[in-house]
Design a protein around this ligand. Structure first.
Ligand code: FES
Length: 174
């Protein structure tokens, strides 16, 4: 029962109904959002299925997933820490910041910390160019932005996230 059509028949129908004939391809965004909702990423199978549903190639769907930092093609830790290293940020030391942050977390870019909490990703412009180094944190709870960062301040943010997650786990057990 992994097919989106089996899991969410009603929602898919409602999404597709919003778009007139000839414009179904515009449904790609809400369909991707739906596909990602449960697992936090869009599987290759789901990309194929979405492509079939709206009549575009899987590679086009994959391109959209690759373009937007809000869509993901692989699983992650509880938090995605996304560091912008686009040119304006790079000029303000984003590359070195990312390298040192990875060193501190003992991971490479794209990897997840052994506790399953943090996945570090390198992304393109997040519209905070003049306040680099900067990153955003994505999780099930939403997105937070962190600008004018040092590795130390970023580690404080990450420690805070870990504490938060532990607190929630504790509450869930009670
Ligand atoms: S280039 Fe990094 S936020 Fe714009």
């Amino acid at each position: 029962m992994n097919r989106l059509a089996d899991k969410y028949p009603q929602e898919i129908k409602q999404i597709l109904e919003r778009y007139p004939e000839g414009y179904k391809r515009s449904a790609v965004m809400p369909l991707l959002y739906l596909a990602q909702r449960e697992t936090g990423y869009v599987s290759q199978e789901a990309m194929q299925e979405i492509g079939d549903l709206i009549g575009i190639a899987k590679t086009e769907v994959a391109t959209i997933v690759g373009f937007y930092t809000l869509y993901h093609d692989s699983s992650s830790g509880k938090y995605r820490v996304q560091v912008c290293t686009d040119l304006p940020c790079a000029l303000r030391g984003a590359d070195q910041f990312l390298e040192k942050l990875c060193e501190n977390l003992a991971v490479k870019v794209g990897e997840t910390t052994p506790d399953g909490m943090v996945t570090v990703e390198e992304v393109k412009c997040l519209a905070g160019c003049f306040r680099a180094p900067m990153f955003q944190v994505q999780s099930g709870a939403g997105i937070t932005y962190h600008e004018n960062q040092t590795v130390e301040s970023a580690m404080e943010v990450i420690d805070g996230l870990r504490q938060q997650a532990k607190g929630r786990e504790g509450e869930a057990k009670e």
